[in-house]
Design a protein around this ligand. Structure first.
Ligand code: HEM
Length: 381
């Protein structure tokens, strides 16, 4: 079987219906012809992600969909593509930077960023594309804060990060520009440190490592959060009865949106078996790649009651695997949660009458992108 990509007709939120009928571990033909596996149950996905006999090294793995993924070993600093113990060293250093204190400091900055974007939307007047006006700029500007990008460079940074996720634009140019910029930023921080993440790591990492860490944080934290904001608002607009629950318990609401939307949808994450391993009664042989279906795991009926329903007050929503699991579990998850909490609430507080400006079936979705979301979301109020 190949990875099913066709969503439920007419529903932009439900994953492909075939996923529900697949075994916990099923055979899957990858984009390069490799015969690997697709893990679909919550238990199988967690088990693989927690097992050190599975590697995330790109030179060992195959990819379920054509994704332009580089199959060379990770360059220094790109720890998401490394196994322990190499990965552990970077992860420890980075965890030391994603502190409660730094997240607390960022919170008022994120509130300010959201308020500024809302002012700009109000000044522009409806209809507005929420993706361009709100969902994309927020994570881009938050990463500027995290990395200590000077205010004067924010416009440049935002333009390049927008190009990074824009369809039809060759993103290689934006990646090259941002890599060059972040390399320069690292050198500036070394000479003149501030209270930011890059400055906090100059004593531990080389310029090359730090520039790659910065690019990784940008790539991992930008489009994911933007898609959760854009798609999440679309889901909230389509479920007006649930909206009140956002105010009652925003933390649970955010967890349920993460579970229900599972934006890392096309067979990511992936892992290659380093030796023969039995998972859910199937023998995965050394060298075979397992692709994890987070949408299927997050709608596993063994764990979630009535899993296809969006219930913003769902008890146990937090058991979802939208941020992965194990040693590679999302480093930026606390930051992403803060951005979503502030992002959803500030928007509906400012525009309580927010509505779609086009029929729901005309909202373009990113079905074939590795990270699912909406390409644009025209709204009015
Ligand atoms: C809602 C938004 C987000 C989602 C759904 C998400 C999802 C994920 C997932 C599923 C993984 C695991 C990948 C794997 O196991 O192979 C991951 C890893 C990672 N994420 Fe996120 N992410 C989000 C936001 C962020 C943000 C805001 C940042 C940083 C600013 C970030 C940085 C990272 C990094 C660095 C890793 C690699 C961790 C490691 O390998 O140790 N993510 N993310």
């Amino acid at each position: 079987m190949e990875l099913p990509v066709k969503r439920t007709p007419g529903c932009p939120f439900d994953p492909p219906p075939e996923l529900a009928d697949l075994p916990p571990m099923g055979r899957l033909v990858f984009s390069d012809g490799h015969h690997g596996w697709l893990a679909t149950s919550h238990d199988a996905v967690r088990t693989v992600l927690a097992d050190p006999r599975f590697s995330t090294r790109p030179d060992l793995k195959h990819f379920p969909v054509p994704s332009g993924q580089d199959r060379r070993p990770a360059p220094p600093g790109l720890f998401s593509s490394m196994d322990p113990p190499e990965h552990s060293r970077y992860r420890r250093l980075l965890t030391g930077q994603f502190t409660v204190r730094r997240m607390r400091q960022l919170e008022p900055r994120i509130e300010r960023i959201a308020a500024d974007r809302l002012d700009a939307m109000a000044a522009q007047g409806p209809p507005v594309d929420l993706v361009q006006a709100y969902a994309l700029p927020i994570p881009s500007l938050v990463i500027c804060e995290l990395l200590g990008v000077p205010y004067a460079d924010h416009d440049f940074f935002q333009e390049q990060t927008a190009d990074l996720v824009q369809l039809g634009i060759d993103s290689r140019r934006a990646v090259a520009e941002l890599t060059r910029y972040l390399g320069e930023l690292v050198r500036r921080k070394r000479a003149d440190p501030g209270d930011d993440l890059i400055s906090g790591l100059t004593g531990e990492l080389t310029d090359e490592e730090l520039a790659n860490v910065a690019v990784l944080l940008l790539v991992a934290g930008h489009e994911t959060t933007a898609n959760m904001l854009g798609l999440g608002v679309f889901a909230l607009l389509q479920h007006p009865g649930q909206r009140a629950l956002l105010d009652a318990d925003v933390d649970t609401a955010v967890e349920e949106l993460l579970r229900w939307l599972s934006i890392a949808h096309l067979g990511a994450p992936t892992r290659a078996a380093l030796e023969d391993v039995e998972i859910a009664g199937e023998l995965v042989r050394a060298g075979e790649t397992v692709s994890m279906s987070l949408p299927a795991a997050n709608r596993d009926a063994d764990l979630f009651d009535d899993p296809a329903a969006l219930r913003l007050d769902r008890p146990g929503a937090r058991k979802h695997l939208a941020f992965g699991h194990g040693v590679h579990q999302c480093l930026g998850q606390q930051l992403a949660r803060i951005e979503m909490r502030i992002g959803y609430r500030a928007l509906f507080d400012r525009f309580p009458t927010l509505r779609l400006a086009v029929p729901a079936d005309e909202v373009p979705t990113k079905d074939d992108a590795v990270v699912y979301g909406v390409r644009s979301l025209p709204v009015a109020w």
